[in-house]
Design a protein. Structure first.
Length: 197
């Protein structure tokens, strides 16, 4: 925590180093060798597409930190600051994975997860929470709401990336059993918390 505070303390802000080239020099360097540009374009066509992750979080500073972690790990990011916007963006943008906070304005994070998982070809969903920490909640969020994983905040960057990589490597089930109402385990789950629509 001390390190994070030190990184964002405005009194310790350091000036950016001077640029190595002017904009004109950079432009000339880029255009200098047209053949290398064509080769670079071909190499880009061969690279696999980057995974797209939607961050649904109402706290702007948390969204910023998660976005920076994901960008450093090579993911493209989208952002929404409430449950309704997150659900709309998940439907329109079709991300590979959705990171959703458990407590959101306008629509509870667990309901967002359930609605996303009811979509045709749903993305993976990881729910982040600082409130629901017991192991029974983890089981309940997975069985009743269809989450692929539940992470308890605070989460370190390595744990978050490891969880994302694990979830993205798992195949997605087209029609989850909980959406059809045929999951006998979900009916037996303890009702230790309720989400109101």
């Amino acid at each position: 925590m001390r390190l994070i505070m030190r990184l964002f303390r405005p009194s310790e802000a350091r000036p950016l180093p001077p640029p190595m080239f002017t904009m004109r020099q950079e432009h000339e360097l880029i255009l200098k060798d047209d053949r290398s540009l064509k080769e670079a374009d071909q190499a880009c066509l061969c690279e696999p597409a980057r995974k797209k992750i939607l961050i649904v979080e109402d706290d702007a500073s948390t969204r910023f930190l998660v976005r920076q972690i994901l960008k450093c790990a090579g993911y493209d990011t989208l952002e929404a600051n409430d449950g309704e916007a997150g659900l709309r963006m998940a439907t329109e943008e079709m991300p590979d994975l959705v990171l959703v906070d458990g407590l959101l304005p306008r629509m509870h994070g667990f309901l967002v997860c359930k609605a996303i998982k009811a979509l045709p070809n749903p993305p993976h969903v990881i729910v982040l929470t600082a409130v629901y920490k017991k192991i029974t909640y983890r089981w309940q969020v997975k069985s009743e709401y269809g989450a692929d994983e539940l992470l308890v905040k605070p989460v370190c960057a390595a744990e978050l990336i490891s969880c994302i990589e694990k979830v993205l490597s798992e195949p997605e089930i087209d029609t989850p059993a909980f959406a059809l109402g045929s999951n006998e385990h979900a009916a037996a789950a303890p009702r230790s918390f309720q989400v109101k629509a």
